[in-house]
Ligand binder design. Structure first.
Ligand code: IPM
Ligand code: MG
Length: 409
């Protein structure tokens, strides 16, 4: 039997949570205008390797970026800074998702290039502390998780806008057990929904795509998802040229696999957890989670990372040097765009397209026999340095699509 006392304690706890969330909602409303990072020079790029395959793929991405930004570094416009201590061992030592001194160092940078960090779960050998990703997104208020996914053969080119600080995640480590009952909380706020939905609509307008799909489960999860939907409806009125529709997460997941319909989707916006799941599904259609990068954007900070985890099995089996760095390199493209190096971003993106889609002279398989992380990065660098990259990209792309049409890919 649950004691009355325990119930009273839980009510008090809920009251506290409510107060905190109401205060947070107010803070979002008055949060500052976004900083334009393309105007900040020197720009400080923090680099944190993370756990598992993280240091290997991040190390190669850093090498590629340093080659690409050589002039800017020499001129003093770009500074790379190593951020130590974002490892599971160190985090467990102080029992914090992000140790205070590490967070302080991160806050002294403008943007962070981050490798995957181990997220403990029940049954794990590590204590069940909060995910470093989730903590950093909350601490730095990185409310938008932007994840592009494309596959020219399937004719898909999607940009996901995943709300990144609310939903099931915000109190994911603050649920309660009472007797046989476990309760977690899902929180969605008006201002929190507005800022991510607006970002998606702005993007659709700016790119001329003029199409937004909003994904919720508002038919069942009536309060939180219901609010997200209503905010979308309100914001959409300000963008008459943007066609928008609303989907439930279950059928939308199915439609991403529907080759008759999926090319119609362009910009997708959703609450946090749905965005998490959808973007793994979408990335699989691009070639796997190892190929997809992600931007976590806030008004003051931004963090760029792969969408996948630390690949502990690869490390255990001694295959870490065969890890695919495409994900973190695609994240680097997003970072270059964010800090105002649009040309360089395009060069890296096209070089990656050559290496992973159109030419594929060497292929990373994650196993011996395939290319190593370093070999792949060298391959990327060789394309980055080619003066005929853009023409070759056009030519190989045409060739590739013609072959695909003929059924030979
Ligand atoms: C992601 C990851 C994280 C998330 C994990 C590592 C906490 O899956 O970035 O999508 O759930 O957001
Ligand atoms: Mg995920």
């Amino acid at each position: 039997m649950v004691q009355k006392e325990e119930i009273e304690k839980a009510k008090e706890y809920f009251g506290k949570i409510l107060e905190e969330q109401l205060a947070r909602a107010e803070r979002i409303k008055i949060s500052s205008q976004p900083i334009d990072f393309s105007k900040i020079r020197p720009i400080i790029i923090g680099v944190a390797g993370g756990d598992g395959i993280g240091p290997i793929i991040v190390g190669e991405a850093e090498r590629v970026l340093k080659a690409l930004l050589k002039e800017e570094i020499d001129r003093g416009d770009v500074i790379f800074r190593d951020i130590e201590g974002l490892t599971i061992e160190n985090r467990v030592k102080v029992m914090k998702a992000v140790p205070d001194d590490v967070l302080k160092e991160i806050k002294k940078t403008h943007v962070l290039l981050k490798g995957p960090t181990h997220t403990p779960s029940p049954g794990d050998p590590w204590p069940n502390i909060e995910s470093a990703n989730v903590a950093l997104r909350k601490e730095l208020d990185l409310f938008a998780n932007v994840r592009p996914v494309k596959n020219p053969i399937l004719n898909i080119d999607w940009t996901f806008f995943r709300e990144n600080t609310e939903g099931e995640y915000i109190l994911g480590s603050s649920g309660i057990d009472i007797g046989d009952v476990s309760i977690d909380f899902k929180v969605i706020t008006e201002a929190g929904s507005e800022r991510i939905i607006r970002m998606a609509f702005d993007y659709a307008r700016k790119t001329g795509l003029n199409r937004v799909s909003v994904v919720t489960k508002a038919n069942v999860v009536k309060r939180t998802d219901g609010r997200f939907y209503k905010v979308a409806e309100r914001i959409a009125r300000e963008y008459p040229e943007v066609k928008w529709d609303h989907w439930f997460i279950d059928i939308f997941s199915a439609k991403l696999l529907d080759h008759e319909r999926r090319s119609d989707f362009k910009v997708i916006v959703s609450p946090n957890l749905y965005g998490d799941i959808l973007t793994d599904e979408a990335a699989q259609l691009q070639g796997g989670v190892g190929t997809a990068g992600s931007a976590n954007i806030g008004s003051r900070y931004a963090m760029f990372e792969a969408i996948h985890g630390t690949a502990p099995r690869m490390v255990k089996e001694g295959r870490a040097i065969y890890a695919d760095p495409e994900s973190i390199l695609r994240a680097s493209v997003l970072m270059l765009q964010h800090i105002g190096f649009k040309e360089k971003a395009e060069v890296l993106d096209k070089a990656l397209d050559m290496c992973s889609i159109y030419e594929r002279k060497i292929v990373v398989t994650g196993r011996p026999g395939g290319a190593t992380t370093r070999e792949y990065a060298d391959y990327v660098l060789s394309w980055v340095e080619r003066p005929d990259l853009k023409e070759e990209w056009e030519r190989k792309r045409e060739e590739f699509l013609a072959k695909a049409k003929g059924g030979s890919i």
